[in-house]
Design a protein. Structure first.
Length: 330
C-alpha cells in the first residue's frame, strides 16, 4: 500500500460506517465492558485491541457519535482529514487536520459524529510499551522533554491530554502516512516497521513546541504556552527567578507559580532544581571537570548542598554517579 492507496482506503465507507450512517447512532464493533450506570461513561477493555501486539491502529468510524468512555491504554489521535470535535474531561476540544492529541489512560472522552471528509486515526498503545520505549529515551534531556515525557504517567489523577499543533510539520505527516500504510497493508515485517515509525513519530512530536495542555477550570488567559515557559527555565536555569520568569511572560508571579505547580506537579523551585541537576549529571558523565566547578556552573555555591540534593535526585553522590556512568554500571 502506498500513500495514494491509503487515501482511497481511508475515505472508503466500511460496513460499520454504512450502518451508522443509516441508523444515526453508534454501532459498536468492539466488545466493551459493562457501563457503570446507564447514562455514564463506560470502560473500554484492552483485550480486543492487543491480540496481535502492544500497538493497535484503526480508523475511527464516521457518521455517529462515540459515547463517553475511558480506558487503561494510551491513545494518540491523528486528524488525517477534516476536523474532529471531542469532549475531553467535560471540555469541548476541536481538533483540525494535521493535529495530534495524546490522551492519558482513564481520560473520559467522547467524539461527536464525524462527516464524510473527517478522518480520525486512533493509535492505541499499552501503557507499559509507551513507558519503556519512549520515556526511557527522552526523560532526562531537559525539563521540556521531561514535562512531555512525564505529563502522561506522573499525574496520579490521570486526567491529562496534550494537543500538538503540528499542521505544518511535513515530516510528521509523512511518518504518519507511512505508519498507516504498514498497519492497513499486508507487507512483510509490518510490526517491526510500525514500532520504528512510532518512535520516529514521538521523536518528531518532541520538536513540536506549541502545545496545549488541559487544566480544568482554567480561564482562557491561563492557556499560556507552557512549553515556552519551561523552555525559558531550561535556557536560564542558572539565574532564573520566578520574578524574572513572570516578567518575561507578563504574568503575576504568584499566579504563574501556582499555574506551574498545577500543570507540572512541581513548584518553580523544583523545576529549576530539576534542570540544574540534569545539567550537572550530564557534565559529570561526559567531562572531567571538578565536581566543585560543576556545582558552581549550574548555580550552586554550596558544595555540601549540591551533594545532598544530587544524591536525593539520583540515589548516588556526584562522584559515585560519575564512576558508575563511566563503568557502565548505571
Amino acid at each position: 500500500m502506498n500513500h495514494s492507496e491509503l487515501d482511497r482506503y481511508l475515505r472508503a465507507m466500511n460496513e460499520t460506517e454504512a450502518k451508522q450512517l443509516m441508523l444515526k447512532h453508534n454501532v459498536n464493533d468492539i466488545a466493551s465492558a459493562p457501563r457503570r450506570h446507564e447514562e455514564g461513561p463506560f470502560r473500554m477493555p484492552d483485550s480486543p485491541f492487543f491480540t496481535d501486539g502492544p500497538i493497535h491502529i484503526r480508523k475511527h468510524n464516521r457518521f455517529a457519535p462515540m459515547p463517553l468512555h475511558y480506558h487503561d491504554f494510551i491513545e494518540l489521535n491523528y486528524i488525517y482529514s477534516g476536523t474532529c470535535r471531542q469532549t475531553i474531561n467535560g471540555e469541548e476540544v476541536v481538533l483540525r487536520e494535521g493535529q495530534v492529541c495524546l490522551l492519558d489512560s482513564d481520560v473520559v472522552h467522547g467524539i461527536v459524529a464525524m462527516g464524510d471528509n473527517d478522518i480520525l486515526i486512533n493509535i492505541i498503545m499499552k501503557k507499559e510499551t509507551f513507558t519503556s520505549s519512549f520515556l526511557s529515551r527522552f526523560s532526562s534531556q531537559g525539563i521540556v522533554s521531561d514535562f512531555l515525557a512525564n505529563a502522561i504517567t506522573e499525574n496520579t489523577n490521570h486526567n491529562r491530554y496534550i494537543v500538538f499543533e503540528c499542521g505544518d510539520h511535513g515530516e510528521l505527516h509523512w511518518f504518519m502516512r507511512s505508519l498507516m500504510c504498514e498497519a492497513f497493508g499486508d507487507r512483510a515485517y509490518s510490526k517491526e516497521m510500525i514500532y520504528n515509525y512510532i518512535m520516529l513519530i514521538f521523536t518528531e512530536l518532541m520538536r513540536v513546541y506549541t502545545v496545549r495542555t488541559n487544566s480544568a477550570g482554567d480561564h482562557a488567559e491561563a492557556r499560556a504556552d507552557l512549553i515556552q515557559v519551561l523552555d525559558y527555565i531550561e535556557r536560564n536555569y542558572r539565574d532564573c527567578t520566578l520574578t524574572s520568569l513572570s516578567r518575561a511572560f507578563n504574568f503575576n508571579a504568584n499566579y504563574l507559580g501556582n499555574l506551574l505547580k498545577k500543570r507540572t506537579g512541581k513548584t518553580f523551585i523544583e523545576l529549576v532544581k530539576t534542570q540544574r541537576l540534569i545539567q550537572a549529571a550530564g557534565l559529570l558523565a561526559n567531562t572531567n571537570r571538578a565536581i566543585e566547578d560543576i556545582a558552581e556552573s549550574v548555580g550552586y555555591s554550596s558544595l555540601g548542598f549540591f551533594y545532598r540534593i544530587f544524591a536525593e535526585q539520583y540515589g548516588a553522590t556526584p562522584m559515585a554517579y560519575r564512576n558508575e556512568k563511566r563503568s557502565g554500571v548505571r
